[in-house]
Design a protein around this ligand. Structure first.
Ligand code: C2E
Ligand code: CA
Ligand code: CA
Ligand code: CA
Length: 275
């Protein structure tokens, strides 16, 4: 009853009504953009800190709208989740990314983001495996990144999806560790292979004693649990050096460049003889 009251109030609030219009425009835009593959994968380098070598890429969705320009994922992913479109969007991104990456150096991995909403789809693992098979991208080169508490919506289903993927050799990362919803309890709920430290701690690592303490603690935790750590949001060499010194396994961020289109990633790999 409280919810209905809120909605009725919102209906007469012009700012709220405007927001709803923008949302429904985004939703109808998505219905067209997904089948047209206007939302494409971009590739953010992930670097092995000990060797300095390129380890692989995180796949990030980008929507280059024909009239509105670049729309960031933080705006359209929540709309896709609410509209029931996130499953199709995610599989489209994966299909394009796996297809683009299948002839890259076999040492390179891809990490894809899975929305918690997708973990309610009992067929998710089968759908991902089908895209892997169709594109010829090997399952052992794929890592799936999961965040947030919706894992616990239906933990048994999440565990079964993850179990089917891991049986095929797909690896599992806990994303945004340390922020709101990712907690210690998550680490026991699913068989994670890696922890990712959110950029909010990494960006301030050299300015804030609190951030440094948190990053150190996560690294020690990873050591005890035998889970390697990836730090995101590495923007400068001083932070990179600090992370290497304290034993962080991998890093990603603007220090290594902005996320690249498939064509951009191909150029980079060709220069480095990894294609
Ligand atoms: P995320 O998974 O935590 O991804 C990292 C975000 O940090 C990306 O933003 C990336 O571009 C940005 N970033 C990387 N390095 C740096 C850096 O050095 N400094 C700063 N300031 N930022 C950096 P992006 O691409 O805007 O993505 C935002 C979020 O949208 C992602 O956060 C992820 O949760 C979500 N997302 C992106 N693509 C997908 C997708 O295909 N599916 C789903 N479900 N979510 C996605
Ligand atoms: Ca991620
Ligand atoms: Ca995230
Ligand atoms: Ca993050």
């Amino acid at each position: 009853a409280q919810k209905a009251g809120k909605n009725r109030f919102a209906w007469f609030d012009p700012a709220m009504e405007r927001a709803l219009q923008v949302r429904s425009a985004l939703e109808s835009g998505l219905r067209v953009a997904i089948p047209r593959e206007e939302i494409t994968p971009y590739f953010e380098q992930q670097v092995d800190l000990a060797s300095g070598r390129l380890h692989g890429f995180e796949v990030l969705a980008r929507w280059e709208h024909p009239t509105h320009g670049m729309i960031p994922p933080d705006r359209f992913i929540p709309v896709a989740e609410d509209a029931g479109l996130i499953g199709d969007l995610s599989l489209s991104i994966m299909r394009q990314a796996f297809h683009g990456a299948r002839d890259w150096d076999p040492g390179l991995s891809l990490s894809v983001n899975i929305s918690p909403v997708q973990l309610r789809d009992a067929w998710l693992a089968q759908k991902i495996i089908k895209v892997l098979t169709e594109t010829g991208f090997p399952a052992h080169r794929l890592e799936v990144e999961i965040t947030e508490s919706a894992l616990f919506d239906n933990l048994a289903l999440a565990q079964s999806i993850v179990g089917s993927l891991k049986n095929q050799g797909v690896r599992l990362a806990l994303d945004d560790f340390g922020t709101g919803y990712s907690s210690l309890a998550h680490l026991r709920a699913l068989p994670f292979d890696r922890i990712k430290i959110d950029k909010s701690f990494v960006l301030s690592l050299n300015q804030s004693a609190d951030s440094a303490a948190i990053v150190n603690t996560i690294l020690r935790l990873g050591e005890s649990l035998n889970l390697p750590i990836t730090a995101e949001g590495v923007e400068d060499a001083a932070i990179e050096e600090r992370l290497r010194a304290i034993g962080c396994a991998k890093a990603q961020g603007w220090l290594y460049g902005k996320p690249l289109s498939i064509a951009g990633a191909r150029r980079l790999l060709a220069e480095r003889r990894l294609i």
